[in-house]
Design a binder for this molecule. Structure first.
Ligand SMILES: Cc1cn([C@H]2C[C@H](O)[C@@H](COP(=O)(O)OP(=O)(O)O[C@H]3O[C@@H](C)C(=O)[C@@H](O)[C@H]3O)O2)c(=O)[nH]c1=O
Length: 181
């Protein structure tokens, strides 16, 4: 597995080694020791989530605050998404910057997203199966978010030929400058 830090401090891309044979293929989708070695800290994932999304579904930008903050390891099992990570850590050298990556069942890339970053994705194909690990449980009261089209973040979702499907909750998320942690 190759693990490389992205332009966002503490956020890593994981590229697994794919073993192909006559039966199909095999790869390690998560390896605790290798991940911990790369990120330089221990991680204790406690919850695995799966979502299924129609083409055009946009989820995000989400994070949890305080003691419920979550590091996440995200990947796509079926289809393709545009994945977006925003660094909201004020002390970070990459504060306010965002990363956009295509994740798909083809490229099999995962992203490690540390605590303090917001995350979202746009489904580019039908019936996307998205899975992610979290190191802190879901806690409704700690849920926060920023509107996907925040003018200060200015994220290019490359959505021009898509009809976006967004939850009422996500449509009501505040702008970054209105955010209350
Ligand atoms: C996230 C989550 C949701 N739920 C419930 C709450 C709600 O009734 C239903 C759907 O929740 P949401 O609309 O928040 O699901 P969704 O919009 O898919 O939320 C997710 O978005 C991506 C981008 C992330 O990064 C995740 O951390 C998470 O915030 O599932 C849980 O039971 N456990 C969980 O961990």
């Amino acid at each position: 597995m190759k693990i490389t830090e992205t332009k966002l401090k503490g956020c890593f891309i994981l590229e697994p080694k794919i073993h192909v044979d006559d039966r199909g293929l095999f790869f390690e989708s998560y390896h605790k020791a290798i991940l911990e070695q790369a990120i330089g800290e221990s991680i204790n994932f406690v919850q695995d989530n799966i979502s299924v999304s129609k083409k055009g579904v946009l989820r995000g930008l989400h994070f949890q605050t305080g003691k419920h903050a979550q590091s996440k390891l995200v990947q796509v099992l079926k289809g393709e998404v545009l994945d977006v990570v925003v660094d909201l850590r004020e002390q970070s050298s990459t504060f306010g910057q965002h990363l956009i990556l295509n994740l798909s069942s083809e490229n099999k890339i995962s992203i490690f997203i540390p605590k303090g970053m917001a995350h979202g994705f746009l489904a580019l194909t039908e019936d996307v199966i998205f899975t992610y690990k979290c190191d802190s449980h879901y806690h409704k009261d700690a849920e926060r978010g920023i509107k996907y089209n925040d003018p200060d973040l200015n994220i290019d979702w490359e959505k021009d030929d898509l009809n976006l499907i967004i939850s009422p909750k996500d449509l009501e998320l505040p702008l970054w400058k209105e955010l209350q942690l």
